[in-house]
Design a protein around this ligand. Structure first.
Ligand code: 13P
Length: 258
């Protein structure tokens, strides 16, 4: 089994102007020790308009937190009004790009095919996709969860080379647990993360399955992070609300101490 370094990511969603973003990063960095950041990879995903400011602070203060984005287009440039390309993100030293977040699928009609195009574009520009998947409560109650998750995973990864799949991150975010305070139980989260890993194993081989990092997301808080992170197939967390509170996000990163 590959040694998978945990990845804790803060998805700020549509919060913080660039002044607030600078303050949030600085406060977060005060709450973290060198040991915290050596044991765990950390990424933060501010809105596009904050990226340059946050990049400057991270670099100037030598804060070892990776910069991430919440979305991108699949084309490198062109007539796509309002979109941001992977080339632009790469130039800002962005390392991780979330794609296929349920809010993008739900409110902006993103399909598995769109997500797949984004995954390939992000990889092509030497950044790491965090591909988000997850079921609605209706799908879970109707017994459709497994099929839905397997389809999202496989259709999102069409055409990605076996040797590359292990470098990706998949985030399992049950839609019913996002922003609701209803975290999946550690057992439920583990079950789906194990399903994602075995799906990857069957399609892309044991090496890919052993290396790929799988995050859980959905109302993760300092109190719930340790037990979730203790699960065999959970290698990290994708955190919304709690990532906007520097103390809470730092405490999630320090889950080993709690
Ligand atoms: P919350 O942590 O606010 O539930 O958000 C989860 C999420 O959607 C992260 O991408």
């Amino acid at each position: 089994m590959a040694d998978r370094k945990p990845l804790i990511s803060g998805n700020w969603k549509m919060n913080c102007n660039h002044f607030e973003a600078i303050q949030l990063v600085q406060k977060l960095s005060y709450g973290l020790t060198k040991d915290d950041i050596e044991a765990v990879d950390v990424s933060i995903h501010p809105p596009f308009t904050d990226l340059r400011s946050v990049q400057t602070v991270l670099e100037a203060d030598k804060i070892p937190i990776a910069l991430g984005a919440q979305n991108c287009h699949w084309e490198a440039k062109g007539a796509f009004t309002g979109e941001i390309s992977p080339t632009m993100l790469q130039k800002l030293s962005v390392s991780y790009v979330i794609c296929g977040h349920s809010e993008r699928r739900q409110h902006f009609g993103e399909t598995n095919e769109d997500v797949n195009r984004k995954v390939k574009a992000i990889l092509k520009h030497e950044m790491t996709p965090i591909m988000a998947v997850g079921e609605t409560l209706e799908q879970r109650e109707a017994g459709e969860m497994e099929d839905h998750i397997v389809t999202q995973v496989l259709e999102g990864l069409v055409g990605v080379k076996k040797a590359t799949v292990g470098e990706l991150v998949v985030a399992y975010e049950p839609i019913w647990a996002i922003g609701t305070g209803a975290t999946a139980t550690p057992d439920d989260a583990q079950e789906v993360c194990a399903l994602i890993r075995s799906t990857i194993g069957e399609k892309f081989g044991a090496d890919a399955a052993g290396s790929i990092r799988i995050q859980y997301g959905g109302s993760v808080k300092p109190g719930t992070a340790p037990e979730l992170m203790a699960q065999a197939d959970i290698d990290g967390a994708l955190i919304g609300g709690a990532s906007l509170v520097p103390e809470d996000f730092a405490h999630c990163i320090q889950y080993r101490l709690r």
